[in-house]
Design a protein around this ligand. Sequence first.
Ligand code: NAD
Length: 487
Amino acid sequence: MLAQLYINGEWVDSSGLERIPVEDPATQTVLAEVPAATEADVNRAVAAAKTAFGEWRWQSANERAGMLHEIAHKIRAHWDELVELLTREEGKPRSENEEEFEWSANTFDYYAELGRHSRGRVIPSGEPRTQLNLVIEEPYGVVGAIVPWNYPLLLLAWKMAPALATGNTVVIKPSEMTPLSTLRFVELCCDHLPPGVVNVVTGAGATGEVLVRHPDVPVIAFTGSLATGQRIASLAAPMMKRTHLELGGKDAFVLGPDADLEPSIEALAYAALINAGQVCTSSERVYVPGTLANDFVEGLTEYVRRLRLGHGLEPGIDMGPMIGDQYRAKVEAQVAQARQKGARVLTGGRRPPGLEHGYFYEPTVLVDANHDMDIMVEETFGPTIPIMTYNTFDQAIEWVNSSKYGLGATIRTNDPLLAKRFFEEVKAGTIWINDPLTDNYAGPFGGMKYTGGARELGEEGLSTFMETKHVHWDFSAEKKSWWYPYE
Ligand code: NAD
């Protein structure tokens, strides 16, 4: 793998010498090194994207749709290579990475079609015989796309596909922990795009900040942590720059009093532990009714104990490592604090014996948790399932809404009245009733409160990359009676 940047349709050297090693989190071996792009590198990428925008914005929607479909085909044609590369650098099981690529390819197909629909509208004019009033939607220009490591291709696709479909060009800043699959993916898809339409600058936060501060980047689409989102917002505010911020979460999982236990146990294990719990919409806190608590917790603990950990490329494993030491250390600190404050660990709560070379952490079930513990209120981003018991459904809803975050929430119930109350009263961008973490290309994804208000996917995800303009057109061009001099 080349330690280079991808700018204006070609591999180029960085102007700096700093390199960032990219590790396999399951073995801690270094897979490659990528440049820490400098200010000069970012300037070069933005200049290429700005020049490319001059032509790209005038491509017909049909031509752009064709190119986006080609990108989707390209992902499918290079499936094994891309899936293996992503599994090595991100760590989650191969099957989960296959899903990530399937969703990514489908996102390009979805926006290829949505992008060719007419946009804007004609509104009633003051003088309908001689005037036309149009509401048109235009691309911003150069989009800065800053992406995290947990779903690096999917979260890129959610930005890149609608941004391109609406005529923008893109400079991507992938996570420093997972840049390799992004670089290869962009190299492949740029076979189908004019040079400069998509560019990649690798690096860490400092490189991202140069992109955020760049005067020729009018919009930043960011997915990542609350702290980084706050920093980006503060940098962008004085420039009145548009920021679309998809930040952290602390999603609740509520077991309804009428819920069937066995499928609910499997639903929760999936929702809490997929990608080792490193999903923004992971179920990170669980509320169960007192009447079902014992049987539910017992069944869940047995189920979680049976999950198999290992390298994501090993057949038959259920869970891979965490992405890095500092992320695992945060989970360990939260579990230690919860224990010290009275929570009991029923399974997990340690690094698995025999897997010392990766950043593994056993899936962990805790009971007797409460809201004085960080593990119930702060984002964990790891494979933990802390459980509290509720007495009334009112109490459960109050607890769900007590979080500063508002990304998603799940309820398991067969009672339509409970489900309706839940989706109406819970403050979160996505409500899952019985089937957690299932996205829909046409359904907007995003959060409320401290999660940020951005929306990706659906028609909303297309609007994210367009500015609205009102055009008032008078065909007569004659002097108006209300102009100077006043009567
Ligand atoms: P992060 O905020 O550390 O990094 C995200 C990206 O921002 C990386 O590319 C990083 O290099 C870059 N970055 C860091 N500092 C920057 C700065 N000062 N200026 C500009 N860019 C900067 O997040 P992470 O650890 O990569 O990802 C995990 C976080 O992402 C979690 O909090 C998770 O909840 C969140 N996330 C949210 C969603 C969502 O849709 N809401 C989806 C996935 C992940």
